[in-house]
Write a protein that binds this ligand. Sequence first.
Ligand SMILES: [Zn+2]
Length: 417
Amino acid sequence: MSKILYIIADGMGDLPIEQLNRKTPLAYAYKPNIDHLLSNAACAFPSVLGRLAPQSDAGVLADLGYDPTKYSTGRGWFECLGLGMAPEDGDLSVRVNFGEVENGTLKSVRTYMSKEELRQLEDEINEKVKLPVDFDFKAGEGYRAGLVLRKGGTKFSQYVSNNEPGYEPKFYRGGKKLSFASKITSKKISKISAIKNEAKNTAGLLNSFIEKAVDVVRKSECYSRRKAAGSQLPNYVFLRDAAVGDPKLPPINSRYGHGWTAVAGMPLEKGIAKAAGMSLVETSELEDVNEDLKNKADKLAVAMSRSDAVYLHIKQTDSASHLGKYADKYAIIEAIDRIIFSRAIRLVNIGRGDTIVFTCDHATSCEQMRHINSNIPVLIVNRRFGRISDFSERACSRSPLRGIKKAIDIMPFVTGL
Ligand SMILES: [Zn+2]
């Protein structure tokens, strides 16, 4: 059976940037290995969620062929699943950030800490916070964590707001839920509120968790040490995207054929891969981009040796965009070409009928430093296609494949080749 290698570079799509000769970072990047593949390639320029700017959960779900508005019960489920917290249907899963508040107003929603510091806070919160329901709290990477309230006899509701500013929940038929970035209009810290009456108890439990966790964190040794050192403080917790219930994604292997394996280091993407029934090659995110990509290339080789379809997720393109670092962004795309594609070319056999897909989950604008609703560039390499001249947003928009109008069309198209 022919193989599929599906590479998603987070937030890779962008808009033209003045300093890059009005090119996007993808168009500007020198990418000889990708260019070499253009002799058998086609491109597409689908929309992900129409006029809405997607978060990564919606984008990755769509890229993998699942309509996020029909399947997502909320990002919290995937985050907690990816953190290894094993949420069960009916539990309440929430994404958490450690952040900093000053005089009751928001200073930052992200307090970056070492793995060790995060583990210490995780232990203290699990030990000292008492709620009327059982819960697990687990630290992730940087400033991130997950919270799962175990259902016991409690009926939770996902109809709650976020106390993390800048993210508004949007609900779809059947209680399905996504959230979207919004402008932060007020720096005042707000409580979590019930959007429906049924969610009053859930909102109360989450507010109680916030109050108690903040108290524990402010009394922690980690906090005192950082305060003495003048470092960014973890003195608040921000919760968002509470999910109740298993999104019950139809298994990807039966839905789209092949036996899928994922190489992903971030909890969200690991969680989506697990929820889709993929096997996982364990990996984590390394700080140095080149080292991280080398590690991912090694893991990719392992995955390709045991599986006929592999999803590889690369995070750094999005991180650079959020910081407005367009020069870093094109350099990362060049590193993906140099480190991942030089290896990928040897792991697949285009002549035999294998396919490479290279795209992103959403576009992230370096100039605006946020996700945008632009269509995404998609490259599909397969022997049935002729030559294309270039892989960039512009080239994709000029001669897109007719069969791929939306990101959710990519998987049926590619697996039907
Ligand atoms: Zn993303």
